[in-house]
Design a protein around this ligand. Structure first.
Ligand SMILES: Nc1ncnc2c1ncn2[C@@H]1O[C@H](COP(=O)(O)OP(=O)(O)OP(=O)(O)O)[C@@H](O)[C@H]1O
Ligand SMILES: [Mg+2]
Length: 542
């Protein structure tokens, strides 16, 4: 950076010398002595000027390559760390914060921090060095003109940037909010495309998205206009200064030729120092604009340190006990689970039944360790769950109510190991056969299942989820209704798998399906967040 700035100053001095040489026929150069236009002096001087400018261009390219690679590379590292951090959040927290907000953060927010804060800050160091170096040349060549220019110029630039600070901050906030709104509007509209069309509301949803995008477009447009403001003011003031300088020198009786070298130097300085000064003024602008984005990242900063180490394994649970467990909705404080007492033992196959909204999925989340209860205790073999929360997920397999699939082939969707490095092929083949996915894999012929599994039927998606859960040998199996679309054969396969694992695990099936309930050893009913006294199981298979 210092070398680039030194070359800039050398270039400025050479321009001053060249114009001096052309206008007066000779110039004093520190190392070379007096150079005159005779005896090829002009040619040599011009060649040196061209050489220095080539060198300057090469240095600038090298400097920019290193700078931008480093800065955008750092941004990518931060984005990766942030996504890894989000993976440590409980699924409920992710749902509450919303995918749109989190996608915006790992996708756009970090990039705007790099563009508007990191890169301008690094460039500012170079700008300061270049400005000081060129100012040094200007002061030695034309001290009075430089001081006058500085006295007029700097306050004008300072006042202009100060004036735009508040609107710029508001724009930054508007952009952050509009980006999340826009992602949410696009994703939810597209995922509801069928319903929207059938309801004849395509135009309304199009207009809703358009309104959000227009807000964003307006914010971007205003931002660009405000960004150009300091440059316009600076250029106008500069022209006034040049005209004023020529007028004053002529009024004092000097020849125009005598001021030519100084004007040449000022022209080069305008070319080079002006952008530096403007970018320094713009730095304040950019940092203010990126304030909301920086605050967004800082709010998630503790997550950046999490999630780098895979959790170590926990022993399979023998007994899980819930004592006086209460869960309230954070928004309203309404009780969703109300003083739950429950004991689960290895070998249990529990059917959890109850009406919609009774609290079954909430209880599943408490057992999975992704929802800490507001009061009460959950223990695993006598140890509080919060003590083993890091390793507990390795013992939990969950077939969720809503299955989500990767746009990858079926085996990858089962193992969740995209590199395939630690796949247990025997185990994989066993679960694929058990849930009858071979014909589906053959049909796809190596193709992926499409975005969120759109190439698969509802039942096929659930089979993949069953296979995913049984591929792992977890000590707690939770099935949260991910069975509604399974046909008889697949449902029987699930029951067989559950009972094969029975001696090694605790299983809980949330279901409204009487056949699945009959296959369980215990039946627990939830009603409005309370557990009803346990009814004897209708019949225990296996
Ligand atoms: N993330 C959430 N934010 C706010 N409220 C929630 C959230 N998840 C669940 N609830 C509320 O908690 C209550 C219990 O929900 P839960 O999902 O546990 O019910 P459920 O018994 O699984 O119902 P279903 O049979 O419909 O799946 C419901 O009233 C629901 O509205
Ligand atoms: Mg549920």
């Amino acid at each position: 950076m210092a070398v680039t700035s030194g070359t800039e100053a050398l270039a400025a001095a050479l321009i001053f010398g060249l114009v001096n040489l052309l206008s007066s026929g000779s110039v004093d150069v520190p190392v070379l002595g007096r150079v005159t236009t005779d005896e090829g002096g002009l040619g040599i001087f011009a060649a040196v000027v061209v050489g220095v400018f080539f060198l300057r261009a090469a240095l600038v390219v090298a400097h920019d390559t290193v700078l931008y690679r480093l800065c955008y590379g750092a941004g990518a590292e931060l984005e990766e760390a942030l996504l890894r951090g989000y993976l440590t959040l409980p699924p409920r927290t992710i749902r509450r914060r919303g995918h749109a907000e989190l996608v915006r953060n790992v996708h756009d927010t970090v990039t705007s921090v790099v563009d508007d804060c990191l890169i301008p800050s690094v460039l500012a160091v170079g700008s300061i060095l270049t400005t000081i170096a060129i100012l040094a040349v200007m002061i030695s060549a034309a001290p009075l003109a430089t001081v006058v220019a500085g006295i007029v110029f700097l306050p004008v630039l300072w006042l202009t940037t100060r004036g735009v600070r508040r609107p710029v901050r508001r724009l930054g906030e508007a952009v952050e909010a509009s980006l999340a709104d826009s992602l949410l509007a696009a994703t939810e509209t597209l995922s509801l495309a069928g319903d929207i069309r059938m309801a004849g509301r395509a135009a309304d949803f199009g207009a809703r998205f358009g309104t959000v995008r227009r807000d964003l477009a307006r914010a971007y447009g205003t931002d660009q206009v405000i960004r150009a403001f300091p440059r316009l003011v600076a250029e106008t003031v500069l022209v006034l200064l040049v005209v004023g300088y020529v007028a004053v020198t002529r009024a004092r009786g000097s020849e125009t030729a005598a001021v030519l070298p100084t004007l040449g130097l000022f022209a080069y300085a305008a070319l080079r120092v002006l952008p530096s000064l403007i970018s320094l003024a713009g730095l304040r602008h950019s940092i203010t604009a990126s304030g909301p984005a920086v605050e967004t990242i800082l709010a998630d900063e503790p997550l950046l340190r999490a999630g780098s180490n895979p959790p170590s394994g926990a022993p399979a649970p023998g007994k899980m006990v819930l004592q006086d467990v209460t869960v309230r909705l954070p928004e309203t404080g309404r009780l969703v689970l109300d003083r739950i007492d429950l004991e689960l033992r290895r070998g249990d196959v529990v059917a959890l039944v109850g009406s919609n909204g009774a609290g079954k999925s909430t209880l599943v989340d408490v057992l999975a360790g992704v929802l800490p209860p507001d009061t009460g205790a959950v223990t695993v073999d006598g140890r509080p769950l919060e003590e083993i929360e890091e390793s507990w997920p390795t013992q939990v397999a969950l077939i969720p109510q809503h299955v989500h699939l990767l746009d990858a082939d079926i085996p990858t969707n089962i193992t969740l190991d995209p590199s395939g490095r630690s796949v247990d092929q025997r185990r994989l083949a066993t679960v694929i056969e058990a849930v009858g996915l071979e014909p589906v894999i053959d049909r796809l012929g190596g193709q992926t299942v499409g975005e969120d599994g759109r190439m698969l039927s509802g039942g096929e998606r659930q089979r993949v989820a069953v296979a995913r859960a049984f591929y792992r040998s977890a000590g707690l199996l939770l099935v949260d209704e991910g069975t509604s679309a399974l046909d008889d054969a697949a449902r029987r396969a699930l029951v067989d798998l559950v009972h094969e694992r029975r001696e090694r695990s605790i299983s809980m099936l949330v279901t409204h399906d009487p056949e699945l309930v009959r296959a369980c050893t215990r039946v627990i009913r939830v009603e409005a967040g309370r557990l009803r006294p346990e009814s004897p199981a209708a019949g225990a298979a296996g």
